[in-house]
Design a protein around this ligand. Structure first.
Ligand code: NAG
Ligand code: NAG
Ligand code: NAG
Ligand code: NAG
Ligand code: NAG
Ligand code: NAG
Ligand code: NAG
Ligand code: NAG
Ligand code: NAG
Length: 281
């Protein structure tokens, strides 16, 4: 009699507690699992991850990890310049709340996982100065609705840019692909990145003409296309972008004469056109 009276209350409490812990920790566990898988796959020369990323502490206290104040999910990872080696694992695509990823100045190799394009809140990506190879995943350049900046310069990325670049990246303001091995044409759909301010594609093997559609990027301040295999005329549409401050087209095979509407470039500070095949005045 006594037990049947006492038993139900703590049982109900226990069940309630269990449901609560399960639902609230399931998502936190996802972030921890993803980061522990990353740690496991990364060669951590300086021991930053091995000494600091411990399963018995909150991910929000780990070096280089920032969390949201309310939901305690991982919102930023900054692992810049920590002498990390290895391949990036697809699990990073499980950090659902990630807004900023900075893994620059390490020695990561292999491909950029396509799973990164699952990160619908991602605004800033910096993977510059590593040894990444393969293509830039199409999803990242064509399909991330809040992405503002992507910096992949100084890697060994190759292949062509997706022909639907900028199709659904309306917020992209800064795209840096300098010093890789990317070839093919600069896709004309680039004009869809209408908020673009800085476009740096220099030091690759882009060929064909400079698309006139670049002239539709009316907020552009920096256009850097030097040291590629670009040919044909310099589109006069580019010299209509009055916001431009810096233009570098040197070291291509551009021909024809310099567009005469140069006087539209009221904010221009730097113009390099040397080492081309330009003629005229
Ligand atoms: C850790 O990495 C090894 C291979 O380097 C792999 O076999 C193992 O499954 C990984 N463990 C976890 C928990 O990811
Ligand atoms: C966490 O685990 C590490 C070893 O994995 C141990 O050295 C450390 O004392 C533990 N910290 C706490 C707070 O339990
Ligand atoms: C990451 O940390 C480095 C060095 O502390 C800093 O220079 C850089 O601005 C940080 N990156 C981001 C995206 O905040
Ligand atoms: C980067 O990694 C490659 C291959 O693992 C290695 O040959 C090279 O020495 C590393 N570079 C640096 C700066 O650690
Ligand atoms: C990339 O790898 C090469 C060797 O394959 C190495 O010489 C170079 O230092 C590496 N770059 C970085 C940034 O680690
Ligand atoms: C673009 O995003 C949608 C969902 O937001 C997804 O279904 C689709 O597969 C993505 N396309 C690419 C090329 O990543
Ligand atoms: C691009 O600019 C040209 C010339 O100014 C204009 O005729 C055209 O409508 C613009 N295209 C778009 C999609 O804005
Ligand atoms: C440049 O702008 C002028 C007017 O400011 C316009 O008449 C001309 O068509 C434009 N040229 C191009 C190639 O967009
Ligand atoms: C420049 O033009 C000349 C004559 O048309 C051609 O022979 C030469 O290959 C061109 N050079 C470059 C760098 O395009």
């Amino acid at each position: 009699m006594g037990t049947s009276f006492l038993f139900p209350f703590p049982l109900i409490l226990l069940i309630t507690l269990n449901i609560f812990t399960l639902t609230s920790s399931a998502t936190l566990t996802t972030d921890q699992d993803a980061l522990l898988a990353f740690k496991n796959a990364t060669i951590d020369t300086n021991g930053v991850l091995s000494s600091n990323w411990l399963a018995n502490t909150s991910v929000c206290d780990w070096a280089g990890v920032s969390c949201g104040i309310k939901h305690h999910r991982v919102t930023a990872l900054n692992l810049s310049n920590l002498a990390l080696h290895g391949n990036l694992i697809p699990h990073l695509g499980d950090l659902t709340f990630l807004q900023s990823l900075d893994i620059s100045s390490n020695n990561f190799t292999g491909v950029l996982p396509t799973e990164l394009s699952k990160l619908r809140r991602l605004k800033h990506v910096n993977a510059a100065s590593n040894n990444f190879s393969g293509e830039v995943p199409r999803g990242i350049l064509a399909n991330m609705s809040v992405l503002e900046e992507i910096n992949l310069r100084f890697n060994k990325l190759s292949g062509e840019l997706p022909s639907d670049i900028c199709n659904n990246t309306p917020k992209l303001k800064r795209l840096y692909l300098k010093d890789n091995q990317i070839y093919g044409k600069i896709p004309t759909s680039i004009y869809k990145c209408s908020e673009m301010e800085e476009l740096s594609l220099s030091g690759n093997q882009f060929n064909g003409n400079i698309p006139t559609e670049i002239g539709n990027l009316s907020m552009l301040t920096l256009l850097s296309l030097h040291h590629n295999d670009l040919q044909g005329n310099i589109p006069s549409s580019i010299f209509n972008i009055s916001s431009l401050e810096f233009i570098n087209l040197e070291g291509n095979s551009l021909s024809g004469s310099i567009p005469t509407n140069l006087d539209n470039l009221l904010n221009l500070q730097v113009l390099f056109l040397n080492d081309n095949n330009l003629t005229g005045a």
